[in-house]
Design a protein around this ligand. Sequence first.
Ligand code: GTP
Ligand code: MG
Length: 578
Amino acid sequence: MAASVGVCRLHMRGSEKLIRCCLGVLPQSKRRLATTTSHLKTRAVKQTATSAKEIKSFQAIQEERREQAERSVLINCPAKINENKFLDDLSKHGPINKHFFYNSYGTYAVVEFSSRESILSLKERTNIPAVQHEAAVPFKSRLLSVKQTGSGSNSVPNFKEHSPPTINDIIKLLSEQDSIDEQLLCLTEALQLTEENISLRFLVCSLLRDIAAAYFPECIIRPFGSTVNSFGKLGCDLDMFLDLDGIYAPSQKSGSGVSLEYQVKRGASERVVTQNILSVVGECVDKFGPGCVGVQKILQARCPLVRFAHQPSGFQCDLTANNRVAMKSSELLFLYGTLDPRVRHLVFSVRCWARVHAVTSSIPGPWITNFSLTVMVLFFLQQRSPPILPTLDQLKELSGASDKCVIESNDCTIVSDLSKITVQNNTDTLVTLLQEFFEFYGNFPFNKASINIRKGKDQIKPETSALHIQNPFESALNVSKNVNATQLERFVALCRESAWLLQQREVLNRSSSQSDESVSPWGFAALLLPSVTAGAGVKSRRKRKLEPASSRIKNLLDSLKIKGADAAAKKGSNNHRR
Ligand code: GTP
Ligand code: MG
């Protein structure tokens, strides 16, 4: 049976305006926004024109990036450096494919050579530094520093931005758009990981692999989660797993000779072996890994991990081992994100909205996680008529023999060839989807129903947790078991408020009398404004039921009017001065 998914309809009205607006704001991220928005139109055209057959598989993309990372080095540079001379010097070791500079606790350059031999040649010409009063661990990694000699340079390289725009910048940027659909496109463009940021993430994995390879030469460190699932936001953590599968690959048969096997140390269980490996690798990262600081071994967690900060990249890193299901979940999310561009725009918007209202948090606790929230968006899109996304069971039915995947007795099989998925003509606009997402979850029967993307229908809740979202590949598990009733109620209350707000004329339409400079937050930007009343949480819920136009909303609308009036008055006085 062919799965049915919606046809992509990107609404590009006013895209020139969008580009112009993006150029006019956010001094820090101006260049990134300008480039990304200018690609919006072409990208949209390409996406509709490109058949699914031409889309590379998830594995092919990961392999390509991993291979590029192995040919790359990360170099700490002086803040002022002659870029051309720097590249000339490095290219003596071989042709350079690409490079970029960025700032994070100093100036860094990522340089990707065409071949790995160049790295060997570069390393041969690189010295272990002589340090005074301390001693250096003589570990030759691909994290290098330019040793300043001579008078230096006065030129500053062209930096790539790696930090997300602030919420105020986002509100300003969105308010300057012409429609809510444009706002949501613009939001994704402003928040999503850049190509350079993704390359840097793969490079950090590759640098860590060099450390782990001292024990396990066949190992690979693979990124998963939001780095690769297409929903990553600038500044998100770097989830990695130590893949030791290459070690188990059968060695060449030795013909009729004696058959040998390795003597191995045994552990009480798979979990104990994983903990031991992570403990040792974590120790090496701590003691030998240049730039790795604040290493914590969290080995008793359900999924044991080593957490640390990688200073040169600025990434917060979580290294796990034996975590194939999470990798498969990342592939699934990537597949859903690739099927229809509206998926990513809606996920980015909902994630951003949830973060601003503290529905999600970077601190572990009883909050909804980004992963759970993403599954909720996917489930909602499966409910549309016609459905925008296929169910997980449909993706399994479309799979071929080579897609078969069983991990720890969980059947994780999904189709990898996207061309097998037939799309249906769903023409919902982003603003419709956003409004209806809030309505859907504002009225969802959380007390008795479970969210299940495998079936694409809600199921009877098998347990008493406040929120039940079936783990896509481990059906006995609830991915939102941590969420308590208070947090769920906050989420529901905020969904209802946002649904209500999106029906208000003042929120829905940009005031035509305002110029780009003085525009008040409207549309999606208005949903990101902080709560006006302190009781915009659970405590005021009873009151809100009696009085749908809650005080928060009233105040919010009042504040919109006041701000609009203030801006108009300010503009008037500026004109007057001129
Ligand atoms: P960010 O918040 O941007 O980091 O999103 P993320 O998707 O990377 O989430 P997170 O870092 O919390 O988790 C990384 C990955 O682990 C997710 O993408 C999932 O693949 C997986 N994961 C996270 N939480 C769960 C869970 O509760 N159950 C299962 N099975 N997998 C999870
Ligand atoms: Mg993550």
